[in-house]
Design a protein around this ligand. Sequence first.
Ligand SMILES: *Cc1c(COP(=O)(O)O)cnc(C)c1O
Length: 384
Amino acid sequence: MRSQFLPFSKPSFDEEDIRAIGDVLRSGWITTGQHASKFEEEFSAYIGARGSVALASATGGMHVALRALNIGPGDEVITSAMTWVSTVNLIVLAGATPVFVDSDRDTLMVSPEAVEQALTERTRLIIPVHFAGAPADMDAIRRLAEPRGIPVIEDAAHAAGTEYHGRRVGAAGSAIFSFHPIKNMTTGEGGMVCSDDADFLNHVRRLKFHGLGVDAFDRRQQGRSPQAEVVEPGYKYNLTDMAAVLGRRQLARLDDFNRRRTALAMRYRERLAGVDEVLPLRDPAYPCRHSWHLFIVRLDIERARRDRDAFMESLKQRNIGTGLHFRAVHLQKYYREQMGFQRGMLPNTEWNSDRICSLPLFPDMCEEDVDDVVAAIKDVLTHQ
Ligand SMILES: *Cc1c(COP(=O)(O)O)cnc(C)c1O
């Protein structure tokens, strides 16, 4: 057994990162300034996006996006229940109605067919989730949304560096990335809204900072001019320069991080191929490049004769950390008790919600760590 605990995720930093943050502190300008601006420019260039706005979190980005699209009471927003709770919480807080569609059992992505069936006259927005580092089938989803004039916001929290049909996620349409510490690149906490719609992006930029009309001149001057006026009430979700400088450095290493994640994921696949009790996810059928945000398996609970929570606990006892991405949103207390969602509504999502488990995967892991995880899984499964 391993003598040292292996966490399921860990960000990768070097001494240069520490020095860069130190330099920002020493400069005397620590909040949103030149690093945040440069981070936005560099992120747009990497993604191939028309423009980007940096924020304090992806959740903050989703909040201002819903506001910019004027989502409110009477509106239906189609999304997945196999996602992080933040999206659905914000839909509800906006007074709108979340409409859940089931996900594909083996990719965990919403299927365009399910989205089509959920469309009504009240559908005002579709939020597909790119899951675990693979892309959702955006062409098919856009073909449903565009003729009906329904906007699409992609939840790209798992998809920094992911490609769909040869283009990076975020290059077309509007997408929101997360830089939470477990994501493929981190700023401590942070997020980025990318869009090819300049008006939407300007609106997001305004709403993330008090609703002040901020122009290019203000941004060159670091911060805002004291004369800036409130154009509409806004929020406060700006990203600090301490965080942004880290984001710039992480972005420069993102392709290396993702290559490393891919190599580790391929080793998991190979080593787990003969372990019948754990089922990895399937790659989507369309052309894509996976960024391997998560290596997810589903425990065959019948064959393994134990539930997923016991499986995770047994791995923990063997010094292997795991994660759970995600427990189905519609089965959480508030959504069951206050909104009447029930088991049985989303069979594939529920099947996965009971069986899903994320294995350790981060760039600083070595091959032997993967082998330790696989050995621990085999050991757990041979003991009752
Ligand atoms: C992490 C995550 C978010 C939220 O990101 P934050 O930056 O923590 O707000 C949203 N959606 C998904 C699918 C996520 O994994």
